[in-house]
Design a protein around this ligand. Structure first.
Ligand code: HEM
Ligand code: SF4
Ligand code: SF4
Length: 483
């Protein structure tokens, strides 16, 4: 599929895209909906008379986008959990995600009521009976549905209010959810957005959403065609009991809220600023994927007007900022290399010493240096390979590539994660932009011998991709040495 069209790499944004589509189609549906008990069913039914299947398309897009929203949200949750993203600095993003599931589920169920057909009626009654199982209300909710007169336009207005109000809450919640992420994408990449919109439109035309007969108070519907994604709660309640489903829902919610607070491995060390080496250029602020860096007035105005400051609570320890800092060039000083911002566990100075030592040991072999990522493919070993795993490939200041080539390396492979597959959201993209001179600090391509540097996209398990890049470069180096 390619990274841009693979939904598994963009589940949060797919859910977001479904939300926008729901909002857009919902506004049009609301314009045609007669919000009265008597008129609702007829006004929705009239959609099917619209020319060119426009009404059918509108209704189908709205329904299937709601299915997509719920499925993508659950898959997004599962993926983030499998990547242990409930922990550490991401805790806030996790915790603000949990209520979004409830909002998506509540507005999904409530949408069926607005049509006021037998399925909507069944769903409203089943929900009321389910809510009544909690000892919260003095008079049971389900009493409102006992006879035809009880379901008046006022109750119906409440349905409308819920179906419009909950998505607004969701929008608000979504804003909180992405607050601590910089440059959060709120739409899937274009190829994926087009493919999903086309798939939803095809589903809307191939499997039209049709109403059940109009609601009839007191009458049991003979046949129900359930939406098993949005209305699963009802058959589940019937197969078990309201109390069992409440236990499942509340237990699940408690578990999701508690997960981030369970004992966890120690957090990686967070980035630290060296004020004497920070000139206030703000590159680290631009590149930090977790909005963990802010600028304050520099205490020493001769060095710079502003100084970077790291919020330790937000920092995930990826090191992308270290790779952004102009002070991190290894050519700069013969003594200790002080970067403006650095990871205490692996400073840019330590990286340079390590590289120098390893290159010195293998210089006569013209080794291929591989800068990789601890979350990506395992790096190759060999006498003529110098492999260095960083927390993220974007921790590498690009000048290190040139430095390695001048210090005896035959060639350099930078192995970043798969496209859109970075553990730290933006690392592989930033690495590619720096190496292709589309972002500062950039690799000085004109200073490099041709064909000696390769950027490989290799996630965990993609060892063969890195090995192939190393082999290709080594063959090139040998041919050049022989000629
Ligand atoms: C309607 C539901 C949801 C929507 C629309 C949504 C959307 C998003 C978006 C757009 C991002 C940023 C993607 C990026 O640019 O990298 C994101 C990140 C994230 N979401 Fe959600 N989300 C939803 C529900 C959830 C839920 C239920 C959870 C977990 C309980 C969750 C956990 C996370 C986490 C941990 C991240 C940060 C990932 C990282 O740091 O790499 N989200 N979400
Ligand atoms: S290591 Fe740097 S780039 Fe990464 S989250 Fe911390 S401050 Fe941001
Ligand atoms: S990139 Fe370096 S010099 Fe620029 S603001 Fe950040 S720490 Fe300071």
């Amino acid at each position: 599929m390619g990274a841009q069209a693979n939904p598994l790499r963009h589940l949060g944004t797919v859910a977001c895209g479904a939300f926008w589509l729901l909002a857009a189609t919902g506004v049009v549906l609301y314009a045609v909906l007669d919000t009265s008990v008597q008129g609702a069913w007829t006004s929705i039914e009239a959609l099917h008379d619209a020319p060119l299947h426009a009404g059918q398309l509108l209704r189908g897009l709205h329904r299937y986008a709601a299915d997509l929203l719920v499925l993508a949200t659950l898959a997004h949750l599962l993926r983030e959990w499998l990547h242990a993203h409930e922990r550490g600095a991401r805790r806030y993003t996790w915790l603000t995600g949990v209520p979004l599931i409830a909002f998506a589920a509540a507005s999904g169920v409530g949408g069926f009521w607005l049509n006021w057909d037998q399925l909507g009626q069944y769903s409203a009654m089943a929900t009321a009976a389910w809510v009544d199982a909690l000892p919260l209300l003095s008079s049971p909710l389900s009493r409102n549905f006992l006879d035809a007169a009880a379901v008046g336009d006022r109750l119906f207005s409440l349905f409308v209010f819920v179906h419009l109000g909950v998505p607004l809450l969701m929008l608000f919640g979504l804003w909180f959810h992405v607050q601590r992420l910089s440059r959060a994408a709120v739409l899937p990449p274009r190829p994926l957005a087009v493919a999903l919109a086309a798939a939803l439109a095809a589903a809307a035309l191939l499997w039209p959403v049709v109403s059940h007969p109009p609601a009839l108070a007191g009458a049991e519907p003979a046949v129900l065609r359930l939406d098993w994604v949005l209305l699963l709660v009802h058959p589940l309640t019937e197969a078990t009991s309201p109390a069992a489903v409440w236990a499942l829902v509340l237990g699940g919610a408690v578990l999701l809220f508690v997960l981030p607070f369970l004992p966890q491995p120690p957090r990686p060390p967070v980035a630290e600023v060296a004020p004497q080496a920070c000139n206030g250029c703000t590159r680290c602020v631009d590149d930090c994927p977790y909005a963990a860096i802010t600028m304050v007035p520099h205490p020493n105005q001769r060095i710079g007007r502003q100084l970077a400051v790291v919020d330790a609570d937000l920092c995930v320890g990826c090191g992308i900022c270290a790779g952004a800092c102009p002070s991190g060039t290894p050519f700069r000083s013969a003594g200790a290399l002080v970067n403006g911002i650095d990871l205490p566990g692996l400073t840019v100075d330590a990286l340079r010493s390590l590289l120098r030592g390893r290159l010195a040991a293998a210089r006569d072999l013209q080794p291929v240096v591989v800068f990789g990522c601890a979350h990506g493919a395992r790096l190759p070993v060999g006498r003529d390979v110098v492999a260095m795993a960083l927390p993220c490939a974007a921790q590498l200041p690009p000048s290190f590539v040139e430095y390695a080539l001048r210090d005896g390396a035959g060639a350099v492979v930078v192995a970043a994660c798969r496209e859109s597959g970075c553990e730290f959201r933006l690392g592989e993209r930033i690495t590619a932009e720096r190496l292709h001179a589309r972002r500062e600090p950039h690799l000085r391509l004109q200073h490099l011998p041709a064909g000696r540097v390769v950027l490989a996209h290799a996630g965990a398990g993609d060892e063969a991709v890195v090995a192939a890049a190393v082999q290709r470069l080594r063959a090139g180096v040998r041919t050049e040495a022989a000629s």
